[in-house]
Design a protein around this ligand. Structure first.
Ligand code: GTP
Ligand code: MG
Length: 208
């Protein structure tokens, strides 16, 4: 399975469009996998790592880089889409802007018929924050299943990582729509990326 996923992600991954509002969403023609999480958690970097590109999705040290829903197509012909989203919990943008992003993300996550899976990214250094819990509860209520993905695992000591992973796993298991096993990744070092690639492909194509 991982060989197939590897091959798929080494092939065509192409930016499709950027939707600043719901009316600009593409036709729901293909399965979609969405990337959500707090600002700066590493959503765009994870998408790049999965897709084996340096900068197909734009990243930045400044939180708030991604401001629209960005759609990428995978496969030739297209088999599914990846959706990079604006971060939540970003205090520095004007309140109105943050509210608009939040509404866009939530409406998309709640109502998108072709959404096969959401990845909820959590910074390994910080663990779950209330904004993550709020997002997870919203996904539970929408019966939209998701994988919790720890990011930036290269940034902390192995012992601390282990403790955070245990805590997050325990909490994720209380959320009905969360997968019981969480992923631990580093986009920088490639940790966990191969496994996640296979999981994303399986989710998108509904392979058992
Ligand atoms: P917004 O679009 O602003 O919500 O941010 P984002 O979640 O898309 O984060 P982005 O991918 O832009 O990454 C934010 C910063 O974290 C960048 O400086 C990245 O280089 C860094 N970063 C992302 N992933 C990793 C990782 O696995 N390891 C390390 N060390 N840094 C990372
Ligand atoms: Mg981003």
């Amino acid at each position: 399975m991982s060989t197939r996923a590897n091959r798929l992600f080494s092939g065509r991954v192409e930016f499709l469009l950027s939707a600043p509002q719901l009316k600009f969403l593409p036709e729901p023609d293909f399965p979609e996998i969405a990337f959500c999480g707090r600002s700066n958690v590493g959503k765009s970097s994870l998408l790049n790592a999965l897709a084996k590109r340096k900068a197909i999705a734009r990243t930045s040290v400044t939180p708030g880089r991604t401001q629209e829903l960005n759609f990428f197509e995978v496969g030739d012909p297209t088999q599914f889409r990846l959706v990079d989203m604006p971060g939540y919990g970003f205090a520095k943008a004007p309140v109105k802007v943050v509210e608009r992003w939040k509404k866009l993300v939530k409406t998309y996550l709640r109502g998108r018929a072709v959404l096969e899976r959401t990845l909820v990214l959590v910074d390994s250094r910080h663990g779950l924050k209330d904004v993550d819990r709020e997002m997870m509860t919203m996904l539970d209520e929408a019966a939209a299943s998701y994988r919790v993905v720890m990011t930036k695992a290269d940034k902390i000591k192995a012992s601390e990582l282990e403790a955070t992973v245990a805590k997050v796993t325990e909490e994720a298991r209380k959320h009905p729509a969360a997968f019981p096993e969480i992923h631990v990744t580093s986009s920088e070092k490639g940790m966990g990326i191969g496994e996640l690639r296979a999981a994303v492909m399986k989710d998108a194509l509904r392979i058992e």
